[in-house]
Design a protein around this ligand. Structure first.
Ligand SMILES: C[S@@+](CC[C@H](N)C(=O)[O-])C[C@H]1O[C@@H](n2cnc3c(N)ncnc32)[C@H](O)[C@@H]1O
Length: 212
């Protein structure tokens, strides 16, 4: 299988900075977080992509969620792993994830997918890296069919993450419940649930039907 499809014709300063940050971290990414597997498994189970459906992990990194997404949609489903950092996708290939998913080098805010193509979108650790998170959420909505589902995930809750980094929790944080609910509402999603516990951050949303 061709490992990576290049679809980023040029890189903005923001994307170049993202790649400069994550590129050198790609090789050690999964060694750094060895115990997260069950949390990804549960998050994918909660997203519940349909058997035989099409799902994308947008900002897939090394593809930690791809085996779970493949298990969920089964052999007849479609699994895409999309990321803007080539080194992350190269690491995904080294982990054999190109055998279970199509890996695509692309920007989450300009996805090379037709409107309404996907049944579900998984996005772990993406929003904090977008200069315009609303544009990203709107693009995820564009590529998802009405009634399709979104999981915004992080394998640690906001409070625990803030402690790890020695920060205070901020009410300005996009991922704070009122903020993420509002952002989803204005970008084509209905927010179904927000779980911001110690062990995970998981927001589930449904692509809204077009207004009559
Ligand atoms: C914190 S890592 C998470 C990786 C993976 N989802 C995981 O859970 O291990 C963030 C990832 O987002 C990717 N990323 C950041 N901005 C992006 C964008 N605009 N489009 C696509 N990927 C992006 C980075 O390259 C990086 O791989």
């Amino acid at each position: 299988m061709t490992p990576v499809t290049t679809t980023v014709p040029f890189m903005s300063g923001d994307l170049a900075a993202t790649r400069a940050f994550f590129g050198p971290r790609a090789a050690g990414w999964e060694i750094k977080f060895p115990d997260d597997g069950p949390r990804y498994r549960q998050a994918v189970a909660d997203l519940a992509p349909p058997a035989g459906g099409a799902v994308a992990d947008v900002a897939c990194g090394t593809g930690r969620a791809l085996p779970e997404l493949r298990d969920a949609v089964g052999p007849n489903g479609t699994v895409l792993g999309i990321d803007v950092t080539a080194e992350m996708l190269a690491e995904a290939v080294a982990c054999g994830r190109d055998e279970i998913a199509t890996l695509v080098l692309a920007d989450a805010t300009r996805l090379p997918l037709p409107t309404g193509r996907l049944d579900a979108v998984f996005a772990a650790g993406l929003l904090a890296h977008l200069a315009d998170p609303d544009a990203g959420l709107a693009e995820l909505a564009r590529v998802c069919r009405p009634g399709g589902r979104l999981a915004v995930f992080h394998p640690i809750g906001r409070a625990a993450l803030a402690r790890r980094h020695g920060h205070e929790l901020s009410t300005e944080d996009l991922r704070a419940e009122p903020n993420i609910r509002a952002a989803l509402g204005r970008t084509g999603w209905h927010c179904d649930s927000v779980d911001d516990g110690e062990d995970r951050y998981l927001v589930l949303a449904t692509r809204e039907l077009p207004h009559a």
